[in-house]
Design a protein around this ligand. Structure first.
Ligand code: PHE
Length: 462
């Protein structure tokens, strides 16, 4: 009990589920999921994604959360406790949020800037050509927003698990849900020329198998898979840390299902909000991934909506700020918790030091579009700036590799019963137990090798 109160804990199942969903729901749901759905055959992608959530997503999420709760530690301590020889995996996992944190607040800053624009009635200006690139290459404004977002994140972490993370998620996640439902429903009623939102919605949900080849299907599968574990925040130690704050009386089996439903539900709603809007105003050629979708295509769509565009835009960017802030919080918490355990330091001091380090790091990354501009060729054939490099290392290289190692560790070394026993604590029934065993021992390791080879560009060289 003393250990629990000293580390902090979530008050109960709801608090935990909202915090974990807060981590899971982020820019991935908003700017990547809809793009992939539009690119990879609409409903076909949706079906594949749903199957993967219920199999892979469930396996990795259960493993992370149960590991955290069983050991009561974050990644480094947890993997060391599982097997001291595997401490390196904990250290590797710890470095994923360490890297992500350098750029996540920069993206949060961009979104905050647009939210401010819409709330102050400048939505039309935000739709002008060159607006986004002028903003990110402005060394003063982009830095102020990035630093602001980083400091805001640090303040929440400073307040602790219950008063900071949980209370923030309890407020933001329900509001986020209401806002995304509003924008999604609104998008069904828009029309322009001979196109309307409903037709766009049908494009989104109808499985398009025209010209489908095995190669295309494989690339769809890999797209869905990498999206899935980025989206669920697994294999980066975040869910291990959050799991370590979950009380023993919480039913992990149900909590995992609820997190899956929340994260996937928001991704589906984001697709419903974005795809019909883009379809109506510019056809699906206007669909692109990442910043281009959110900061260039969507403002143009909002501007075409006339007066209501400002309201819909404001609702959309407020929702996006909440999604990004709760994710950013989870990244910093994973780093903070590991540092507190390794250095036996106290939360306030640790947050203060990390807050300063990462404010500086965010400023450097934000300046990667102006003073520190450079063009870095990445192994997958693209060219990126500092932010893209960090994103590539953490998401394309480290995460599939960590998933592979962690499933080998659980499946073959400590054995699935180590996790199963934790899920079944207090007589809880583990509904997908057999599925879990098959996934963690056989299916996950094989698929993770393929994913690793693909996302590092090695597959095409074979
Ligand atoms: N899961 C978040 C999303 O889908 C992204 C995220 C990445 C969150 C890394 C935390 C850490 O956008």
């Amino acid at each position: 009990m003393e250990k629990e109160s000293k580390r902090g804990s979530f008050t109960g199942q709801l608090g935990f589920v909202l915090a974990a969903a807060g981590s899971a729901v982020g820019v991935g749901n908003i700017w990547r999921f809809p793009y992939l759905a539009a690119k990879d055959g609409g409903g076909l992608f949706l079906i594949v994604y749903l199957i993967l959530v219920l199999t892979f997503g469930f396996t990795l999420l259960t493993s992370d959360i149960a590991t955290g709760r069983k050991t009561g530690k974050s990644a480094i301590g947890a993997y060391t406790e599982m097997n001291p020889k595997w401490k390196f995996l904990g250290v590797l996992t710890f470095f994923v949020p360490v890297i992500i944190m350098t750029y996540y607040a920069v993206i949060g800053g961009w979104i905050t800037k647009y939210m401010v624009d819409y709330f102050t009635g400048h939505g039309k200006a935000a739709a002008a050509d060159g607006y986004f690139s002028a903003f990110i290459s402005n060394p003063v404004e982009s830095v102020i927003y990035a630093a602001f977002f980083m400091v805001l994140t640090a303040v929440v972490i400073y307040r602790g698990v219950e008063k900071g993370i949980e209370s923030c998620s309890r407020f933001m996640m329900p509001v986020l849900l209401v806002l995304i439902v509003f924008v999604a429903v609104y998008s069904l009623f828009i029309h322009h020329g001979d196109r309307n939102g409903l037709q766009g919605f049908l494009v989104y949900i109808t499985p398009n198998v025209k010209g489908l080849t095995l190669k295309k299907f494989l690339s769809l599968l890999l797209d869905a898979m990498s999206q899935l574990f980025f989206s669920l925040s697994v294999s980066m130690g975040i869910m291990i840390t959050y799991g370590s704050y979950v009380k023993k009386e919480v039913d992990l089996n149900r909590a995992v299902s609820q997190i899956e439903i929340f994260d996937t539900g928001v991704a589906l709603l984001a697709g419903m909000a974005i795809i019909p809007s883009i379809y109506v105003f510019s056809g699906l050629d206007g669909m692109n991934a990442g910043p281009g979708l959110m900061f260039i295509s969507l403002p143009k769509v909002f501007a075409s909506m006339g007066f209501f565009g400002n309201i819909v835009g404001a609702a959309f960017f407020l929702m996006a700020v909440f999604a990004t802030l709760t994710s950013c919080i989870s990244v910093l918490e994973a780093i903070t918790a590991n540092c507190m355990e390794v250095f036996h330091s106290e939360r306030h001091k640790t947050t203060l030091v990390l807050g300063i380090i990462y404010t500086i790091a965010s400023i450097v990354i934000a300046l990667g579009y102006s003073i520190f501009y450079c063009e870095i060729p990445l192994p997958n054939g693209t060219v990126g700036q500092l932010l893209d490099l960090m994103d590539y290392i953490s998401n394309s290289v480290m995460m599939p590799f960590i998933s592979l190692l962690s499933t080998i560790l659980i499946g073959w070394i400590v054995r699935p019963k180590w996790i199963i026993g934790e899920v079944e604590t207090g007589g809880v029934r583990f509904h997908r137990k057999q599925l879990y065993i098959v996934m963690v021992r056989f299916v996950c390791p094989v698929i993770m090798v393929v994913l690793f080879l693909q996302s590092t560009g090695l597959l095409s060289k074979l």
